[in-house]
Design a protein around this ligand. Sequence first.
Ligand SMILES: Cc1cc2nc3c(=O)[nH]c(=O)nc-3n(C[C@H](O)[C@H](O)[C@H](O)COP(=O)(O)O)c2cc1C
Length: 184
Amino acid sequence: MKERTDLQGDAKPADSSATGAGPLLVVWWSATGGTEQLARAAADAAAGSDPGDAVVLLRCDLAGPEAVSSAGGYLFCTPENLASMAGMMKDFFDRCYYPVLDRIVARPYASIVCAGSDGTGATRQIDRIATGWRLRRVAEPMIVLTDAQTPEAILAPKRIDEVSLQAARDLGEAMAAGIGMGIW
Ligand SMILES: Cc1cc2nc3c(=O)[nH]c(=O)nc-3n(C[C@H](O)[C@H](O)[C@H](O)COP(=O)(O)O)c2cc1C
């Protein structure tokens, strides 16, 4: 798996799989760790035993149009904040939307939203943007609730339960396999 953690601009996924499709791009933001754990679980499982380029994991501030256009599919992972996706994730979409418009049509995507008690607002926003890009949703929206509702609970570091981490692994693995086999 490739992961860029520096701030050198747009990280470019290499061409990857046996079919020549680009890699699964797992792009994420997290403030208190929940979404990050889910994104990493999905990306680790997507990479599987393949040490190559089947998956690229990028924090969203390190991802730009080049990473989006050269990917074969997308797993968008964000917390829900104030009934929306996280602002940093919105900034990622704002920066990338027009540069890749019409260049990524029909590619597969899925989403993971980590939320205190809801998650539907962020999921809806992702779907609207993906519709504009004319991507195809290939898995049901995944929403993981952390039950954080008081200010103290919301600010506390999150620990995602094993059942949810396994669901994220299953999703990442299925997406990478689907892209690799060219079934979408
Ligand atoms: C400013 C702010 C606003 C939030 N708004 C919502 C919300 O509208 N709906 C919800 O279900 N959770 C909301 N939450 C809770 C977070 O989604 C929750 O803590 C989640 O675990 C954060 O993910 P993270 O650990 O990856 O940062 C909010 C948290 C913050 C800090």
